[in-house]
Structures are given as structure tokens and as C-alpha cells.
Design a protein around this ligand. Structure first.
Ligand code: ADP
Length: 194
């Protein structure tokens, strides 16, 4: 599950996990930034002033280390026949940090998922959701959660299927939670049947 902040990734992953577990499937959940040393460093940087001074190279380096750490856990879960659901993966690094020319080579470093859902919605709606969520959690806004940045990132997420052979499904994210969940489940059911 990927896409811009506030598009409903964690909401949908939770629902999908419940759906699969209801069918007695074992599910392993990951999220990036992860709880690894690199993930914690990223989380910490994202909410500090220095974030704007960090170079693209440094961000890519940090996110790459975190994704690679995550893959170790993913491989173990797959060996145990679990279904792995990822709340963000390398697609975020492609859309947030890298340009189209860099996508193919960068993605070759990672284990490809069977299916990728990119939840797409207008940035102002996503930012409003993020704002409401932070009112409840007390979290501070992260560096990339700005209209101008997310507008460019959203466009890049939408371009990913044109550049990569990965099985990417763009799902409309400005709909009721239940409707989005039904759309995702339909795709997952098709995969399970195969
Ligand atoms: P993300 O993990 O992508 O940042 P979340 O799943 O945490 O997004 O959703 C951000 C906020 O928006 C949460 O408060 C969530 O309850 C709300 N939300 C998620 N999906 C929808 C939706 N389809 N319609 C309205 N609000 C939503």
C-alpha cells in the first residue's frame, strides 16, 4: 500500500489484514519508516527543522537502508508462508526522492511485491485528513507534508505504472473507507484464487 500522506494507507492495511485473518491466513505487517535504527532516525528527522537541509542523496540513503532492513523481515515472513502487507515500500522513495530516469535501476534492488495499491486523492483532502489525525495524536507535521511537495509527489505516484513493470493498481482514495476496502479486497481475492 503506497501513495501520499493521509491517503488512508494504514486504515486500508488494517482492514485488509482483518479480512485475510478472517480467512485463517497468517499476515505479517510492515511499515516504512520502520522501527529499525534507520527508520527511527528517519522518523526523528522528518519532524525536525534540519529536514529541509538534508540532501536528496542523504534521504535516499536513509530510506534505502530502511527498506533493505525491512526486506530481511519480509523474507522470513514469506518463508513462513505468511502474507506480507507493507505500509509504504520503495515506491515512496521513487515518488518522494527520485526522478523518472532513476526509477528502473533503483527498484531493481528490491524484492517485488505481488501487487501494489496506490491510493490516489487530491492533496488538499489528504492534508486535511493528516491535520485532523494529528489533532488527535498530538504528532507534529512531517517535512514532506506540504501542498507543493505532495502535489509533485502525487503526480509521480501516478506515473509509476508507465515506467515499471510492477503490478501497480491505482485506487481512488477519496471515497468512503468501506468502498475503497471493497475495491482492494476484490483485487486480492483474484490474486488468491490464482
Ligand atoms: P496514511 O496511513 O496514509 O497516512 P491514514 O490511514 O492514517 O493515512 O488516514 C489518515 C486519516 O484519514 C485518518 O484519520 C483516517 O481515519 C482518515 N481516513 C482514511 N481513509 C479515509 C477515507 N476514505 N475517507 C475519510 N477519511 C479517511
Amino acid at each position: 500500500m503506497d501513495g501520499i500522506d493521509g491517503n488512508g494507507k494504514s486504515t486500508q492495511i488494517k482492514l485488509l489484514k482483518e479480512y485475510l485473518e478472517h480467512q485463517d491466513k497468517e499476515v505479517f505487517l510492515t511499515s516504512e519508516p520502520s522501527t529499525s535504527e534507520h527508520g527511527k532516525k528517519i522518523e526523528n528527522l522528518l519532524r525536525r527543522k534540519e529536514a529541509s537541509r538534508l540532501s536528496k542523496k542523504k534521504w535516499v540513503e536513509l530510506f534505502t537502508l530502511d527498506s533493505k532492513e525491512n526486506i530481511k523481515e519480509i523474507k522470513i515472513a514469506l518463508q513462513e508462508n505468511k502474507i506480507v502487507l507493507c505500509d509504504r515500500y520503495y515506491y515512496s522513495t521513487l515518488a518522494y526522492q527520485l526522478n523518472e530516469k532513476e526509477w528502473q535501476a533503483y527498484s531493481e534492488q528490491f524484492l517485488k511485491p505481488t501487487i501494489v495499491f496506490i491510493l490516489d486523492l487530491p492533496v488538499p483532502i489528504a492534508l486535511e485528513r493528516v491535520k485532523e489525525k494529528y489533532k488527535l495524536t498530538g504528532e507534529k507535521k512531517a517535512y514532506f507534508e506540504k501542498l507543493s511537495i505532495l502535489r509533485a509527489v502525487r503526480k509521480k505516484f501516478l506515473l509509476l505504472p508507465n515506467y515499471l513493470s510492477d503490478n501497480i493498481k491505482i485506487i481512488k482514495g477519496d471515497m468512503p473507507i468501506k468502498k475503497i476496502s471493497e475495491d482492494i479486497k476484490k483485487e486480492v481475492d483474484l490474486l488468491i484464487k490464482k
